[in-house]
Design a protein around this ligand. Structure first.
Ligand code: SF4
Ligand code: FES
Length: 254
């Protein structure tokens, strides 16, 4: 296949960027989207040009680093698929493909298609963990967990932190991400002792980082490669109100 790429090129965080036309020849339908970009980059380097900067790591839908907007859609046209799992058979010979970085105020462009998503890490640092004391592990089955709760916690925990939900949301809200990271604890007994403080800290950090509010549009759920449900946002909101009522919104250092 031959594809007409229009790729966002931006030399640095403070530079103006623009879409640049790149023709991709000899693309096999079996290639992944990132392999297609690898091939394009090999040719750019061969011709003495700068390669297109983009992020990837695991290339199997686990790490969440492959953050691209393809033809206006975060992670591209296929449902439940991160960019690294997207294959060129989803496109046709002669197609024009517009490739842009994930866009959000909280995700500044570093270079070309690479954005800084450390704001998501700071939300996790604010409370996305269980404090532990020293001592032996409890027996694996000492705390019984119902199957529905275990399933809900596991489904929430499949969030890979890619940020597609933010990029797809007209408000650049990180509510789907944050609610998934809260739910994976809120549905388990081990998450209860710090539930209020965790919720207040993570939601407050989400707001402070410049993410917008959720207005129930649902684009986040539609583009999420892991199918994280928007119901998690409802749960986060209920937990937040309850946590503020219980604590008066005062959160002390632990
Ligand atoms: S909720 Fe989905 S889209 Fe958002 S960061 Fe997690 S995996 Fe990515
Ligand atoms: S490269 Fe890891 S999820 Fe795509």
């Amino acid at each position: 296949m031959t594809l007409n790429l229009k790729v966002w090129r931006q030399s640095g965080a403070d530079s103006a960027g623009s879409l640049e036309a790149v023709v991709a020849h000899g693309i096999s339908p079996e290639m992944s989207f990132l392999e297609m970009l690898d091939l394009v980059n090999e040719r750019l380097v061969h011709d003495g040009k700068l390669p297109i900067e983009f992020d990837s790591d695991c290339r199997e839908g686990i790490c969440g680093t492959c953050s691209l907007t393809i033809n206006g859609k975060a992670h591209g046209p296929d449902l439940g698929t991160a960019v690294c799992q997207l294959h060129m058979r989803s496109f046709s010979d002669g197609d024009t493909i517009v490739i842009e970085p994930f866009r959000a105020r909280a995700f500044p462009v570093v270079k070309d298609l690479v954005v800084d998503r450390a704001a998501l890490d700071r939300i996790i640092q604010a409370g996305g963990y269980n404090s532990v004391t020293t001592g032996p592990h409890a027996d694996a089955n000492a705390t019984l967990i119902s199957k529905p709760d275990a399933d809900a916690a596991f489904e929430a925990a499949t969030c890979i932190g890619c940020g597609a939900c933010v990029a797809a949301c007209p408000n650049s809200s990180a509510s789907l991400f944050t609610s998934a990271k809260l739910t994976q604890f809120a549905k388990l007994p081990q998450g209860q002792p710090e539930r209020d403080i965790r919720t207040i800290r993570m939601v407050t950090t989400m707001d402070d980082e410049g993410f917008g509010n959720c207005s129930n549009i649902g684009e986040c759920e539609a583009v999420c490669p892991k199918g994280i449900s928007i119901n998690n946002i409802s749960r986060m909101r209920r937990d937040y109100v309850r946590a503020v009522l219980r604590t008066g919104g005062r959160v002390t250092e632990s």
